[in-house]
Design a protein around this ligand. Structure first.
Ligand code: HEC
Length: 112
């Protein structure tokens, strides 16, 4: 039993994600996959439009480090040109908070 626990503890980091996400960031990642991913991951219309407007480097929301919480909340609730608004039924406030925690998670600064 003790050995099993030690083994589990050793295996944990290997099983973890590349990034060390907090519980709410992890929950936000799930909300993103469910509500935003079809447009904002590889091949989505959101990714396509943002690549055209802002450049490829800014096109994937999950990789952005410049998104402000107010911007995310505003765009999700009110929409933006081709992006439809999402109601509190689709994205309830607690989900929105987790989404914001995920998309604005602090990351190590990129190499200059
Ligand atoms: C039906 C497709 C679709 C869905 C679903 C969608 N988006 Fe979008 N989103 C878009 C498109 C298209 C744009 C680009 C609008 C433009 O620039 O004209 C966009 C733009 C944005 C922007 C603006 C980025 C910037 O720098 O200007 C944010 C923030 C954003 N979406 C967040 C989200 C989040 C968070 C979700 C999930 C809750 C989501 N979107 C779901 C299509 C979508």
């Amino acid at each position: 039993m003790k050995q099993l626990l030690v083994l589990l503890a050793l295996a944990m980091p290997a099983l973890g994600l590349a990034e060390d996400l907090s519980a709410s960031q992890l929950a936000g990642q799930k909300v993103f996959a469910h509500r935003c991913g079809m447009c904002h991951r590889e091949g989505g219309t959101g990714t396509f439009v943002l690549a055209r407007r802002l450049g490829a480097a800014q096109s994937l929301l999950e990789q952005r480090t410049d998104l402000q919480p107010e911007t995310i909340r505003y765009v999700v609730r009110w929409g933006l040109t081709n992006m439809p608004r999402l109601s509190r039924v689709e994205v309830p406030d607690p989900d929105m908070n987790q989404l914001v925690a995920y998309l604005t998670r602090p990351r190590p600064a990129a190499a200059p």
